[in-house]
Every structure is written in structure tokens, then in C-alpha cells.
Design a protein around this ligand. Structure first.
Ligand SMILES: [Ca+2]
Ligand SMILES: [Ca+2]
Ligand SMILES: [Ca+2]
Ligand SMILES: [Ca+2]
Length: 344
């Protein structure tokens, strides 16, 4: 009866490939969407970001850019959200509109965006507003895996305009990676915490020309970001929102007058492939083995313990559960049972 044993071992190896760092060298987005009540269906050639500060009926962060990137199959899925450690992650975007905003490389407090007459308003210490990237939060039954690039801005009508209805939103994260909508944080008077403030090669305060590259080096070390990214990698798609608090010129909701806010190339822009301006994600991920050791899916159970010890007892590298290298030892048993008891 050797054959079943061989089959069993191959399953073990298939579900627990050796300790590995996976690199996403520069993925194009599956979604780059101007996320705005009156925008189109995801095929726009640029995505503007602007604010409708304190304007009833509109979110403060009125016009956002939704980005989603497939991380699978480059990074294997279903190891369990806690089994991924993102070592680095950055997003690159290119400015599509010429000389419309000044470069601000640092975070600004929400109090700098309060009304002029508000006694709690704080002066902005540096010229301009930062370009920020946030985790994406979701409502209306949507999530990164079921939302298409032409998915609905809101589940109900977008007109007349309403606050707080967008299906994807710029989010703060708690320590478990849970999202809170920051789209109205100016009127709700709390700070928004992006994953990164975009930087470029210009001196601070400079008006930004079209074609300027913005790099967002994501904070991957905070517990909330680590949890958020782990959940995304476990499923196979990660989503972000790019947002700024540049007030739109013109009437409520923006869109009139001379624009003074950023806009970014999308993958649909005919110039993006020519000039290399397609948005991209670069990510390096350490993926630990899963306590679902036999790859059966579902909650790890006794069969996974058996499968682990079958590999461990013969010194198989798949049982190096803590990725320390060398022959699997007692520390790997501890690491396995710690993950097994957590159910992931
Ligand atoms: Ca698009
Ligand atoms: Ca500023
Ligand atoms: Ca299993
Ligand atoms: Ca080890």
C-alpha cells in the first residue's frame, strides 16, 4: 500500500510549499476607478481627487480613486490571514493634469481643513495638501473579491447626492484591520490615518507638472495595516483609495471653474502603456505555511495534526513551520499548534 502514502505526501507538499518570499514586481490594477457620484464606469482616462469640504449632501472626500490589485496567483491564497507578513509594499501613480496643485510631502491635520471662521481651525504649516493612500473599506455587501471595475458607486440612487453612501471608501483601520469611513472626517472632526503620503522628486511647495511620478511607500508595520493586508492576501486581492483634501473649484460637489486638484493616469488612458504611466503595485510578502496542513480547506482539524506529524517525523521541509530553516524541530511543533489552535 505504498501508493496512498505517496499521494498523501504530494498533497502535503502541494499545500505547504517551502517557506517563501513572494514578490509582485509591478502589477497593473484590476480596478482603477474614479470613485465619484457623477463619474463613469471605470473606463475614465484619469481619476481626479478632490474635496467638497463641509458641503451638505457630499462627502468631504468627494472624489476618490479606487485601486484594486490581484495578488493571486503570484502569492498563494488561503494560508490564513495571520500567515502573511508583508515586508514592503508601494504603489506608483503618475499625475495626469499639469500644474494644478502644489506638492505637499507630509500629513496635514484635519484641523487645517476646518472652516475659515472656525476658532479651532489650525493654520496649514506647509503649502498644499498631501496626496494620501488609504485602505479601502466597503459597504452594501461589496468587498474586494466581488466588486467589478464598473460596480455601483452606491446601492441606491446617487442623485440627489447623499453623504456616506459610497460602496468603497477611504478608511481608517483599527488594530484588527477593520475599516471606518473617513470620507466625512472633516465635518465629523476626527483625524484620517492614511497608509502612506505620496512623495515625488520635486521640492516641497512646487507646482506639480503632468507626468510626475508619485510613490506611496505603505506603512506595513502597524497592526491594523498588517491585519488588513493579511486578510487581502488570504483572499487574493488588495484594494486602496487615493484621496486628497484639495477643495474643488466651483459649486457644491466640485467640477466647475478652474480645477486646482490632482488627477492621475488610469490604465485606460491611451498614453499609459506608451509612457509607462499605468498605476502599479510592488509588494514583497513572506507567506508562512497554513495549519490546514492537508489542504482540505475549512477549519484545521485532527487530520491536519496527523499530516503535520507525518511530515515532521521524516524531517520534511514542509514541517519547518516557523520558517527558521534546517531540520524541523520542537519549535516548529509549537508554531504549528499555535496556528492550529487559532484556526488559521
Ligand atoms: Ca479604470
Ligand atoms: Ca499642507
Ligand atoms: Ca485540513
Ligand atoms: Ca523551524
Amino acid at each position: 500500500m505504498r501508493t496512498p502514502l505517496i499521494v498523501g505526501m504530494s498533497l502535503i507538499c502541494a499545500s505547504n510549499v517551502m517557506a517563501q518570499v513572494y514578490d509582485i514586481p509591478g502589477a497593473a490594477p484590476s480596478i482603477d476607478r474614479w470613485f465619484y457620484p457623477f463619474a463613469g464606469n471605470g473606463t475614465e482616462v484619469q481619476a481626479p481627487t478632490f474635496a467638497a469640504l463641509l458641503q451638505a449632501g457630499f462627502d468631504d472626500r468627494d472624489s476618490q480613486m479606487l485601486l484594486a490589485f490581484a495578488t493571486s496567483p503570484t502569492v498563494p491564497t488561503n494560508r490564513g490571514a495571520r500567515r502573511y507578513v508583508v515586508q514592503s509594499a508601494r504603489v506608483r501613480l503618475w499625475v495626469s493634469a499639469d500644474l494644478r496643485f502644489a506638492y505637499d510631502p507630509s500629513w496635514d491635520s484635519v484641523a487645517t481643513s476646518f472652516a475659515e471662521a472656525d476658532p479651532t481651525r489650525e493654520p496649514d504649516a506647509d503649502v498644499g495638501k498631501p496626496v494620501e493612500i488609504f485602505a479601502a473599506g466597503w459597504r452594501g455587501g461589496w468587498h474586494p473579491m466581488n466588486f467589478a471595475e464598473n460596480g455601483p458607486f452606491a446601492n441606491g440612487p446617487s442623485f440627489p447626492p447623499q453623504e456616506g453612501i459610497r460602496n468603497a471608501y477611504a478608511a481608517n483601520l483599527d488594530a484588527s484591520g477593520n475599516a471606518t469611513d473617513v470620507s466625512r472626517h472633516v465635518r465629523q472632526r476626527f483625524e484620517a490615518t492614511p497608509l502612506s503620503v505620496g512623495t515625488c522628486a520635486l521640492p516641497p511647495g512646487t507646482m506639480v507638472p503632468a507626468g510626475t511620478e508619485f510613490v506611496f511607500e505603505l506603512d506595513v508595520s502597524s497592526p491594523g495595516a498588517a491585519a488588513y493586508l493579511g486578510q487581502a492576501l488570504n483572499q487574493g486581492r488588495v484594494a486602496f483609495i487615493v484621496s486628497t483634501l484639495h477643495p474643488a473649484a466651483g459649486g457644491p460637489g466640485g467640477g466647475q471653474g478652474d480645477p486646482n486638484y490632482p488627477a492621475f493616469y488610469t490604465k485606460e488612458n491611451p498614453l499609459s502603456p506608451v509612457l509607462g504611466f499605468t498605476p502599479r503595485l510592488e509588494m514583497s510578502v513572506l507567506a508562512y505555511p497554513s495549519p490546514d496542513f492537508n489542504g482540505s480547506g475549512g477549519t484545521p482539524d485532527d487530520a491536519d495534526v496527523d499530516a503535520f506529524f507525518s511530515a515532521w517525523s521524516v524531517g520534511d521541509e514542509s514541517a519547518d513551520f516557523n520558517l527558521s530553516g534546517g531540520t524541523p524541530d520542537d519549535a516548529d511543533v509549537d508554531a504549528f499548534f499555535t496556528a492550529w489552535a487559532l484556526g488559521e
